[in-house]
Design a protein around this ligand. Sequence first.
Ligand code: SAH
Length: 320
Amino acid sequence: MERANTAYYATRDPFADFTTAPEISQAFGEIIGLWAAVTWELLGRPAPVVLAEAGPGRGTLMADALRAIGRAAPAFHAALQAHLVESSPRLRAIQAERLPDATWHGAVADLPELPTVLIANEFLDALPIRQFVRRPAGWMERFVSGGQFVELPAEDPPDAPDCDPELGGVVEVGPAALDIAGQLGRRFAGLPGAALVLDYGPERSIAGDSLQALAHGRPADPLASPGEADLTAHVDFAAIAAAALRQGASVHGPIPQGVFLTRLGLFQRTDRLARGQPPARAMALLDSARRLAEPDHMGRLFKTLAICSPQCATPPGFEV
Ligand code: SAH
């Protein structure tokens, strides 16, 4: 999965295959930028501060966020340095056109040791997973060999006692995502910081095979043409939260993305953008906001989780 996605992001335009929230409406990045500004206040206004994004795609979210921050939170704007974590040279070049002043890194671990607010939208879902299958004889791990799935006895099976062998239950573990969650937890336990993770996945861990491939904008066989399809898996938010907590951070959520965006004014901002526009444009703006927030679109499957320094008050949108 890692090799296939590295090749995919290095050679393809992923946005020909799928559309992400920042590409749907500018209000998404603006709201997240203002979330970062308020969270920075809650962290005690550290300066300098790193405003980081992991997996920034076309750079749209960060560009929208920085514009909103520049207008509404000039003190944060003056204190921040934009840092991007991106493995694809091709996407780095696209990001550099919109964000010429940013600094790039290959991994979250390479970000400078400074107070940090990090955003990750549809990043963790692209990281490689392991799949374990419960068979009557015991746990097997699924590998890819000769272009096919093969199962070998698992050396370090997951702790999933409820998984039913008769149903051939699959359990997924995302070591790369858990490692990043642990790194962020450790970072924020030591230095003021917060991360906002937005991605799709269930609130609680559930057994099941969520590996999916998209090629040419359509669902595809994940093994059919490695490197030509986008491979993703659902993010296990409960496991991500637990990994960050273990390292001493606090976590808030996950809550549905629709709840988060609506609380932070998605529809008010959309009304403002629509004011004075021709009716067709105003309708299109409202449709985009609905796509992001309504439960039968992205509003429920997508979740939002915050990982924060333990002294940080509840960040905006996560109040219970
Ligand atoms: N956040 C963007 C793009 C999502 S696509 C948006 O919402 O539009 C996933 C992004 O993560 C791409 O920029 C991809 O190149 C990057 N990416 C995937 N795996 C990565 C890895 N292991 N390290 C760094 N970046 C990675």
